[in-house]
Each structure stands twice: as C-alpha cells, then as structure tokens.
Design a protein around this ligand. Structure first.
Ligand SMILES: *Cc1c(COP(=O)(O)O)cnc(C)c1O
Ligand SMILES: [Zn+2]
Length: 478
C-alpha cells in the first residue's frame, strides 16, 4: 500500500540491519527495510511485524539484567519505562530514540478489587497505565512509532482516534516540536477529557461525520495521498512499545509470569503486542511459563467475541480464515450496525489487529469474553473505590476477570493482572452520571445503553445551607 519516499533517510545502518519489517502472512513472508514507511505488506496487503535477527543483537541472558537500568535513570534511554527495555525492541539507534518519560507505571495489588472479582486477597493486580504522561497506555506505543517517524524524517503524523491515541500523538508532537499532529475523530463520540488534550496540545483536529471505523478508513486514504506518517496501531512500531507493559508486569512480579493477563480489546493492539512480547521472550529463553491471555470486548463492540467464540476463527498455524471476519463485516454493513458502548475507547467494530490478536490468543492459550456496559460501570466503580480509578474501557478488564472467575475459567487462587488502560479523569461524564442523584441525567447518559442501576454509586447528599442540617447529615452518613 502506501510507501513514503525514504530517500532522505539517515538511519544508522549498522544498527538497523538487524531489524526489519516482516509480513504476517506465512504464505507471503515478504520483508521490508526498517526505514520503510508502510502500514501493510507491499506484496499481499497483510499486517506487518517488526522482526529482529536476535542472534546478531546483544540480548541480556536473563530478564533480571534489566533491573540495573533503574540505576541509570539519568540516561534518557533508561529513564523511560519503555526504552529501558531497548534491547527487546532494538529497531532504533539510541540517539534517535524519543521519550517524554512514558511507561513509569505501577503494578498494584488491589485487594478490594480482588474481593469483587472473587479472587483470593493478594492475587489480583492492576497494571495502572493511566499514569502515563498523556494518561493512557497509548504513550508506550506512541513513543516507539514517533521514534520511527523521526528516524525516517517525517514532518507530519496522523491518526484516527477514539481519543487517547490523538491525545498521545498531540503530546509527543508538542513536547518535541518535531512534527505536526493531524488527528481524525468521529462526530460526537470522543470524551471531553481526551478532546481537550488534543486541542490544547495544538493538534490539527479533523472531525469526520461518521464513527471511528469511518475515521480509520479515511485517515488511511489521506495519509497515503499526502504522504503523512500514520501512527494508528496498524503501525507495527506502536506494538513494539506496547510490549513493554508486559516487561514491567513481569518485573514487578520478580520476573515470574502471572497466571492471567486480562486486557480490554478495541483495535486489539495491546493484546497483539502482549502476545508478541511473550512469543519473543520464550524464543529468547527469557521466560518458561506463558501467562494466559483474556481479551475483553464491550458487548456493544463485540467483533472479536463473535468471530472467536461463535464462528471459531482461529490462528490456525498462521493461516486464519480471515474470510470469516469479512463475512461478519458484510453483515454489519448490510444491517447498518455500528459499535455502541459507554466504553468509547473500545467502541470499534473492525479491529485492525485482529489477525495479530489471533496469534496472541493461540500462543497464550487465550480466551475472549464480552461484558455489558452495566458490568463495565459497576467494575469501574469498584476500581475507583479501591483508590486508583480508570476510564470505562479499562474497567472491562476487571469486569471480564469477574465473569471468567464466575465461570470457573479463572481459579480463586490464580494470580491475575488486569490492565487499566486509561486514567479516571479521561471521561468524567460516565462517572458523574453513574453517581448522580438525578434520575434524568442518569437515563440520558446511561439509560440508552441498557444500564439500569448503579449498585456502587456514591451519591452526593443534598442539604439546605444551614449549619444544623449539615451537621446532622454528616453524622447520619459517616
Ligand atoms: C486504545 C484504548 C483501548 C483499546 O486498546 P486496543 O489496543 O486498541 O485494543 C482500551 N482502553 C483505552 C483506555 C484505550 O485508550
Ligand atoms: Zn505479504
């Protein structure tokens, strides 16, 4: 598909000779240079992977070798929670690497959430990616894609976004002043927290009359036409950065694999990246045990759940029957069905990384589930009550873990890591509506999505502006 001229590229060849881009289609296997700008295979049109000649690269012999990187935090490369694992995503020469200090995130034991999910205390962890500079896990991938864009001399970078990708891209552009951000959003679907970031960081914001899937299709056409660098998760370099979320999880568990990784599924970039991380770690002999992967859709955007669980689409040793997905997309078109969920970050019906996600599910003995908006918001309230908080899409992981626990798929003693993909303040509308005392407001925001109750609402107490009444109310409720 799109190939932007790479003539002005000055990438240190010695380093990048050992990294290349490789077609995911095993019947094609075409490879492309690391300095080529592509979003798909030039021969067959499939997705691309970033691949490495590991034998020729300096890879640590054990994962604990990375611990020493903490002591070198004065180096930009080691300051970042992504780049301190540079040896495991070695596509860029060190001097080209761009960081704003992303990936300094934490794995937190969350016992109140464990109780809610039905897991023994001490066994449930939340990987809080909302702590990234732009407030979502997207920074992990964006610093990698942005680094690649910088390597090839791009001056403009674009994405379609449900919000967090655009916030992240806009941030990298404004902090570094290296590129102009051009973001495509659908009409009416983006949360104010995310939109406000893109606007304030100065991105050129193009609002399309359509939904995310429409914006995604348009941005690909426009990038091709104008030779703009595309940073959606169709971009294989994004996924390289997102692998590091798993490295940090392993690090926090002293390099012991958990039993489960539970992650929300939208465009399926995260799940794909996590799978690739484990495939490579295993291949490099750096881990023995592979965690199982659970990918959680919202019920209103459940393509993966349908094709995986109902139509049996599988990786099939590298030859997945992608026509199963195509037929499903035709059905969606015929019936004019659009994705619809309160979890706007995963409100996606045509996940671009589907094929890669199938590989991840295959390698990690994965499962797929879907959860309702009601389950998402209840789980979100519980995560918030536990003191971290997250945006609606993130809570799908906790809701999904609870469902899998109830089904007996996850055991009570299993060690479970739920990925909290985005910050609580990204989407206050849903949170405030959930906790409101105003039934009309509740119905307006949530009722249309089949949310009928707020079981864990913490409602404001209305009192007259009188000392006695206020004192009485506080005594009554505390
Ligand atoms: C982008 C995003 C997702 C979806 O992740 P994918 O990698 O596209 O599956 C989930 N949650 C949040 C908060 C996001 O921003
Ligand atoms: Zn190909």
């Amino acid at each position: 598909m799109s190939t932007v001229s790479a003539s002005s590229v000055a990438v240190a060849k010695s380093h990048v000779n050992h990294a290349f881009q490789k077609c995911l289609n095993i019947d094609c296997n075409a490879t492309f240079g690391i300095d080529e700008v592509r979003t798909s295979c030039g021969k067959c049109g499939e997705l691309l992977d970033v691949a490495y000649d590991w034998e020729k690269l300096p890879v640590p012999t054990k994962l604990s070798d990375f611990e020493v990187m903490w002591t070198r935090r004065y180096e930009p490369l080691r300051f970042s929670g992504v780049w301190r694992f540079h040896e495991l995503l070695p596509f860029a020469p060190a001097e080209k690497v761009i960081t704003v200090g992303e990936g300094q995130t934490l794995l937190q034991q969350a016992n109140s959430v464990a109780k809610y999910v039905g897991i023994r205390p001490g066994q449930l962890y939340l990987q809080y990616e909302g702590m990234n500079p732009s407030g979502s896990f997207k920074d992990n991938g964006m610093c990698a894609a942005f680094t690649h864009a910088h390597m090839v001399g791009a001056k403009r970078a674009a994405c379609a976004s449900t919000g967090n990708t655009s916030a992240s891209l806009a941030m990298y552009c404004s902090v570094t002043q290296l590129m102009k951000a051009i973001i495509f959003i659908g009409s009416g679907k983006i949360s104010y927290g995310k939109l406000s970031q893109a606007l304030e960081y100065g991105a050129l914001t193009v609002q399309i009359a359509g939904d995310f899937d429409d914006a995604m299709a348009r941005v690909q056409d426009v990038s091709k036409e104008l030779g703009i660098y595309l940073v959606n998760s169709i971009n294989p370099f994004r996924l390289e950065g997102q692998k590091t979320v798993m490295y940090r999880v392993l690090e926090a568990l002293r390099w012991e694999s958990p039993d489960w990784i539970v992650v929300p599924g939208g465009n399926l970039g995260n799940s794909s990246a996590f799978g690739k991380a484990f495939i490579e770690l295993k291949q490099l002999g750096l881990i023995d045990r592979i965690p199982r992967l659970a990918v959680i859709n919202a019920a209103g955007a459940d393509t993966l759940d349908i094709v995986y669980n109902q139509r049996n689409l599988r990786w099939n040793r590298g030859r997945p029957r992608m026509d199963i997905a195509c037929w499903y997309y035709d059905e969606l078109d015929r019936e004019k069905r659009k994705a619809d969920t309160i979890a706007s970050a995963i409100e996606i019906n045509r996940p671009v990384n589907l094929r890669k996600c199938l590989r991840a599910l295959d390698f990690c003995d994965g499962v797929v589930r879907k959860v309702s908006d009601q389950e998402i918001l209840d789980a979100k309230a519980q995560v918030g009550a536990g003191g971290i908080g997250c945006e609606p899409a993130s809570a799908a992981s906790v809701a999904g873990a609870k469902m899998l626990r109830q089904q007996g798929v996850i055991g009570m003693d299993d060690r479970v890591v739920c990925i909290l993909t985005g910050h609580q303040l990204k989407d206050p509308t849903a949170t405030v509506a959930y906790h409101t005392t105003d039934q009309e407001k509740f119905n307006e925001v949530l009722g249309s999505r089949g949310v009928s109750r707020a079981s864990y609402a913490n409602r404001a107490v209305a009192v007259p502006n009188e000392l006695d009444a206020i004192v009485k109310a506080i005594q009554l409720y505390s």
